[in-house]
Design a protein around this ligand. Structure first.
Ligand code: PMP
Length: 393
């Protein structure tokens, strides 16, 4: 066949993409083995039947044709009202585009602000698709290192260095994989760098309904940030609607108009019945969100209890999202070696920190996405396994 484009063959940046443990665990499950999977950010509950009924009613009612590309008006209005209430920033329908999940919003945002070859920075550790999404927009990924001992919060000097010559910075709070919720001071530091360097801030807030300590603050609400910030939102995590592929990007009207052109020429909008289901979910108040978030809050308490009973594995305190980060450096193993050994010895699958960037080396990301009993048992096994390794080290 003729050659494929460098843009697509280079998407993963070469080398291991860090997902080997995940795929190995999946193969074991397919072969009938009992593996406790604490890998991806997928809830152990499904989309609420009331949302599915709304989807069904909409489809049966005829909303199966092409839907409005920017998003149906009622949904855009509902999301805008919600964002206005949460952030205090006046937001209207023309400030947002409905997308096929947060992932498409991340792509649209980078397409909107980066020229081919521009540097697009993001905080390391990062959600695994960030470098690929930057490359797919033709930009050059540049991770901003952070340190475990400050809870992986970005610091001024590292930001200054990494943002030199960069067009955009992508942040994520509450954070996947670290569970960090950025305090106001961190966001103010970031905003200061964006203003001084005339950069775009892309703020991934897909976990905004899952905050356990403190409160979610959108950097779009900080002084002079509204016109240089694109916010990424999604119903995947908040309403356990991962498979429905619905999210949004929020920003200045001109930026949104440009991204609507992109949507028209790529996926041509989100199915109408999915949008109607999302509207139903948002209109039904915070009850569903609280219900979806509750298991993670409970399991976070389980993790604190189990990890508090030993001193080999150190937990990075999770203030939000559905993960806990564990520091396993006392075992002398890398995150990848530990995760592979744990899978072989105990049929427990966790993500190596290295999958999320160099700053998370020697760590593991544990998704709190199995029943409380299995989660607790898995953590006990993990800690015993680490203690055995540390003794031998
Ligand atoms: N951002 C972050 C930080 C995520 O963890 C995810 C999904 N795991 C996404 C964006 C994309 O989510 P979706 O496309 O399902 O909205």
């Amino acid at each position: 066949m003729p050659e494929l484009s460098q843009r697509i063959t280079g998407l993963n940046g070469g080398g291991s993409d860090g997902w080997d443990v995940f795929y190995r665990a999946r193969a074991m499950v397919d072969a009938g083995e009992d593996v406790i999977e604490l890998t991806i950010g997928e809830h152990d509950i499904r989309t609420d039947p009331s949302i599915l009924n709304a989807m069904y009613d909409s489809a049966l009612g005829g909303h199966t044709g092409y839907a409005s590309v920017p998003g149906v008006k009622a949904l855009r209005d509902e999301v805008a009202a919600r964002v206005t209430a949460q952030s205090g920033v006046a937001t209207g329908r023309d400030n947002l585009l409905i997308t096929t999940g947060g992932q498409a919003a991340l792509f649209a945002a980078h397409m909107a602000v980066c020229e081919p070859g521009d540097v697009a920075a993001f905080i390391d550790p990062y959600y695994a698709t960030y470098p690929g999404v930057v490359r797919s927009a033709g930009a050059v990924p540049r991770p901003v290192p952070t340190r475990a001992d400050v809870g992986f919060l970005p610091e001024h000097d590292a930001l200054e260095t990494a943002c030199s010559g960069a067009r955009s910075l992508l942040i994520n709070t509450p954070n996947n994989p670290t569970g960090a919720v950025y305090p106001r001071t961190t966001l103010e530091t970031i905003a200061e760098v964006m203003r001084a360097r005339d950069m775009w801030l892309i703020s991934d807030e897909v976990y905004d309904t899952q905050v356990w300590d403190g409160a979610h603050l959108s950097p779009r609400a900080l002084p002079d940030m509204q016109d240089r910030t694109l916010v990424i939102g999604s119903m995947s995590k908040s309403h356990a609607m991962t498979g429905s592929r619905i999210g949004w990007v929020i920003g200045p009207e001109d930026a949104i108009a440009a991204m609507i052109d992109l949507a028209t020429n790529t996926n041509y909008g989100v199915p109408g019945y999915i949008q109607d289901a999302a509207l139903f979910a948002l209109q039904s108040g915070t009850g569903l969100e609280v219900q979806v978030a509750a298991p993670f809050l409970r399991r976070r308490a389980i993790a604190e209890r189990v990890l508090g009973g030993q001193n080999v594995v150190r937990a990075i305190p999770a203030q939000g999202a559905m993960y806990v980060m564990l520091d396993i450096r006392q075992t002398g193993l890398s995150g990848e070696a530990f995760a592979n050994a744990l899978l072989d010895a105990h049929r427990i699958a966790v993500m190596p920190g290295e999958s999320f960037g160099a700053s998370a080396a020697g760590h593991l990301r544990v998704a709190m996405t199995v029943s409380d009993d299995r989660f607790e048992a898995a953590l006990h096994s993990l800690c015993r396994f680490a203690a055995g390794l540390a003794k031998a080290a």
